[in-house]
Write a protein that binds this ligand. Structure first.
Ligand code: ATP
Length: 426
């Protein structure tokens, strides 16, 4: 049994008046519906840590969808349902989103499968959580507002900065919890307790049954934290990194340097792409396994990008190569791939290749408008594959500094057109 504690005062210190008012109203609604409502999980952890957290999770005993509907009426919001998980999301008029779940027990059909859901009470809800510090709830009903439910001594572990699973099979049941453990360790400066760490070191075989998207989304979370490098290092140290991502390894200078580069460079790519290229750094020495590991991805742009980058990285480089010749080889390559591969070389201490590729990239970026299809039409050339060829020749000449201005480009192109037509007439 745990000591009864009331967190109302702390809530008043940490939350805005509006949030407190909202939580009180949720409690009153629960009273009216003759059920119990709780604030639960990460928000409770962060309340005690005095860390800001905007994600309010509410658990109700009974049906979450009915509760959420009533709440939407009361708060003049809307509600979205995720039927299979028995959860609902309440969207308030100010745009805030509140997850409402039925406190429930989840039975795992088989390890690492998604849970099936059955309704039950808050104690059982807490029992299926990942770590003691995430397994606390605060009651919201008016009579019991602020009452802390801490059946696993999570508060104590918060004080001692310890991450502890609730039972021995926790990591077997859901191995993504190992990734969550490492993420919380790094974010909060905590340590897993000895048993928990040993469970992780056992590399549960259920890791192999995880879907690629689940692993992927956990790593995406890593990369949103302040120090992702530390997390990958820790996974390597626990000897599980390559269980989650076959072929991955953490080579500190390369990986850390690349992470920094990518982060400090407001790249104009979406989040998925950003994650992808950062993860690539973990595969510097096993590039082909990364390509293989992407086969699950349905979308092509990502795969194309990675394939371009890897093949650029694997290009056999000729020393003292002219930039025009590079343009022959790489004109089809996206700027993003050029940029990233040059940074990758740099991180991997291949400074000569990094320099050549980066210079090519910069030149390509600064290339002025030299000629276009209209110009060629005016020279009397009828549209066809020659257009691309001649434009490429003009660009190549520009890279080789044989021409610099648009006027020079035009007379160069005209020469090319005339030569081509002469060849046709001969
Ligand atoms: P963050 O601060 O990164 O958002 P969080 O723990 O606050 O982390 P979620 O990842 O949304 O936010 O999780 C909410 C709660 O759900 C957690 O506090 C934990 O109690 C529970 N939870 C999440 N993932 C798992 C899991 N894999 N196994 C068990 N419980 C989990």
């Amino acid at each position: 049994l745990y000591e009864e504690e009331n967190a109302t005062q702390l809530m008043h210190e940490q939350f805005s008046k509006e949030t407190i008012h909202f939580l009180q109203q949720v409690g009153e609604l629960a009273d009216e519906l003759d059920t119990n409502a709780y604030m639960i999980g990460g928000i409770v952890r962060d309340l005690f840590l005095r860390r800001p957290n905007e994600d309010i999770d509410i658990a109700v005993e009974g049906k979450a969808d009915i509760f959420a509907e009533k709440a939407a009426e009361r708060f003049k919001g809307t509600v979205q349902f995720h039927e299979s998980f028995g959860t609902a999301q309440l969207v308030l008029p100010n745009g805030d989103k509140i997850d409402v779940t039925s406190s429930r027990t989840e039975y795992y059909l088989k390890p690492a499968a998604l849970p099936t859901v059955e309704r039950s009470n808050v104690q059982e809800d807490l029992a299926r959580r990942d770590f003691t510090i995430n397994a606390m709830a605060i009651q919201l009903n008016s009579g019991d507002f602020g009452r802390l439910i801490d059946a696993y001594n999570g508060k104590n572990d918060l004080t001692n900065k310890v991450l502890r699973t609730l039972h021995n099979l926790s990591f077997v049941e859901d191995p993504t919890r190992i990734l969550r453990a490492v993420r919380f360790e790094t974010r909060l400066g905590y340590k897993m307790d000895k048993d928990t760490e040993n469970f992780a070191r056992q590399r549960p075989t259920s890791i192999q049954s995880l879907s690629k998207d689940r692993v992927w989304s956990e790593f995406q979370h890593f990369l949103q934290e302040v120090a992702p490098g530390e997390m990958f290092a820790r996974l390597e140290e626990l000897d599980v990194l390559d269980a989650f991502m076959p072929g991955a390894s953490f080579k500190p200078p390369v990986v850390t340097a690349l992470f920094q580069r990518v982060r400090s460079n407001n790249l104009n790519v979406d989040e998925k792409m950003n994650t992808l290229i950062q993860l690539l750094a973990l595969f510097t020495e096993s590039r082909s396994s990364f390509e293989k590991s992407l086969l699950w991805m349905r979308s092509n742009p990502e795969r194309t990008l990675v394939q371009q980058i890897i093949s650029l990285y694997d290009t056999t480089w000729i020393k003292d190569v002219a930039y025009g010749a590079l343009h022959d080889a790489f004109s089809h390559v996206q700027n993003m791939s050029l940029w990233f591969t040059s940074r990758w070389f740099e991180a991997a201490d291949e400074s000569e290749k990094a320099y050549v590729l980066y210079t090519y990239f910069e030149k390509k970026q600064s290339m002025p408008e030299l000629i276009n299809g209209d110009d060629l039409r005016k020279f009397g050339l009828s549209p066809g594959p020659q257009y691309k060829e001649i434009i490429h020749k003009v660009e190549k000449a520009w890279f080789d500094a044989l021409l610099t201005t648009r006027d020079e480009a035009l007379s160069f192109a005209q020469g090319q057109v005339e030569a081509y037509m002469k060849q046709l007439n001969d």
